[in-house]
Design a protein around this ligand. Structure first.
Ligand code: NAD
Ligand code: LMR
Length: 343
């Protein structure tokens, strides 16, 4: 299975495998918000994973049809659907990883923080259930504003006595995926080789791509740095505007979430070389209790917050890091206060 990637396997000498029909993996994955714009294509990608034996789909509505539909794919993951609050506990039983794309998306003119009013409560309620019914699971938070929903999740877990910072992640993989795609196109590099760390948070200028640390090493003019950084920071808005009221990124997000899930499952399996950027509790930047940076994934979740990519920044990056601190700190504090005020 090490040779298989999500849906796009590495080519083999004689034949290409398009979809893994059987797998030896035994991981259970629950998706909360599975009937949504992200949830549906993400569920399909997870159904295609050879690392997954059970896939639980939870949403407040429309799960039954999606479950019937997906269950006809002749891949090994067993699909089960769970609809409405009464079935939430059942959806979480035995989960190794819980992925949370539940919540409302942006419309043109909105910031991610404008979603706080609705999504904070959704994330709080779902994470409370995870604490009760899947206390050892890795939690992948996709719901926006990620800069605040992850601190909300942490506070909820603390209140429940179930917080393990190694197991809580804000999914920022889409920022890395975008950075890789845009840099490869701009510099004419092979897509598979490009790796750009993206640190900070997941909103506006808190998204900080470290182009000086891009692999393979590439020379960027000041104009290119400015242009690429701005495009990566605004890529979510680019999609929101193109969809013109019909939501935000769903397909690329599902792809990114599947990549991050695969990395996490490989870590749980004991693979030794699994690194991704994610928004996690960290001391990489002392003033910011949550910060996206490169982490090593292992058998218990985060094995190490690496953070070495923060050393030797370009002047542009160092300035951008200073500038993002107050905005990210305010979003973290807002999430923490939201949970503490309700006690
Ligand atoms: P969507 O509206 O298409 O789907 C959301 C789903 O959540 C719906 O099916 C809805 O029924 C469900 N839901 C609502 N309340 C729920 C609850 N209490 N329990 C369970 N499910 C519930 O939205 P989408 O396009 O899939 O986006 C979902 C979220 O992901 C948004 O907040 C969006 O901003 C965010 N997002 C994050 C990233 C990222 O990079 N982290 C990228 C894209 C989108
Ligand atoms: C994204 O980056 O695409 C998501 O955070 C969705 C959004 O609102 O932009």
């Amino acid at each position: 299975s090490a040779n298989l990637k999500w849906g796009v396997p590495r080519p083999r000498a004689a034949k290409r495998v398009i979809v893994a029909q059987t797998g030896t993996g035994s991981h259970k994955v629950a998706i909360l918000g599975a009937a949504g714009g992200i949830g549906q294509p993400l569920s399909l990608l997870v159904k295609m994973s050879p690392l997954v034996s059970a896939l639980h789909l939870y949403d407040i509505a429309n799960v039954k049809g999606i479950t019937a539909d997906l269950s006809h794919c002749n891949t090994s993951a067993q699909v089960a659907g769970f609809t409405g609050k009464d079935e939430l506990a059942g959806s979480l039983a035995g989960a190794d990883v819980v992925v949370i794309p539940a919540g409302v998306p942006r419309k043109p003119g909105m910031t991610r923080d404008d979603l706080f009013g609705i999504n904070a409560g959704i994330v709080k309620e779902l994470v409370e259930a995870v604490a009760d019914h899947a206390p050892g699971a890795l939690i992948h938070v996709i719901s926006n504003p990620v800069n605040s929903t992850v601190p909300i999740a942490a506070e909820v877990l603390k209140q429940k006595g179930a917080y393990d910072p190694r197991k809580l992640f804000g999914v920022t993989t889409l920022d890395v995926v975008r950075a890789n795609a845009f840099v490869a196109a701009r510099k004419g590099l092979p897509l598979a080789d490009v790796d750009v760390p993206v640190v900070g948070g997941h909103a506006r200028s808190t998204i900080l791509p470290l182009l000086s640390k891009a692999r393979p090493k590439a020379a960027f003019t000041d104009e290119e740095v400015e242009e690429l950084t701005t495009r990566i920071q605004n890529a979510g808005t680019e999609v929101v505007e193109a969809k013109a009221g019909a939501g935000s990124a769903t397909l690329s997000m599902a792809y990114a979430a599947a990549r991050f899930l695969e990395a996490s499952l490989r870590g749980l399996d004991g693979d030794d070389d699994v690194y991704e950027c994610a928004y996690v509790q960290s001391q990489v930047v002392p003033e910011l209790p949550f910060f996206a940076s490169r982490v090593k994934l292992g058998r218990e979740g985060i094995e190490e917050v690496v953070g070495s990519e923060l050393r030797g920044l370009s002047e542009y990056e160092a300035r951008a890091l200073e500038a993002l601190k107050p905005q990210l700190k305010a979003s973290i504090d807002k999430g923490v206060a939201y949970v503490q005020q309700q006690q």
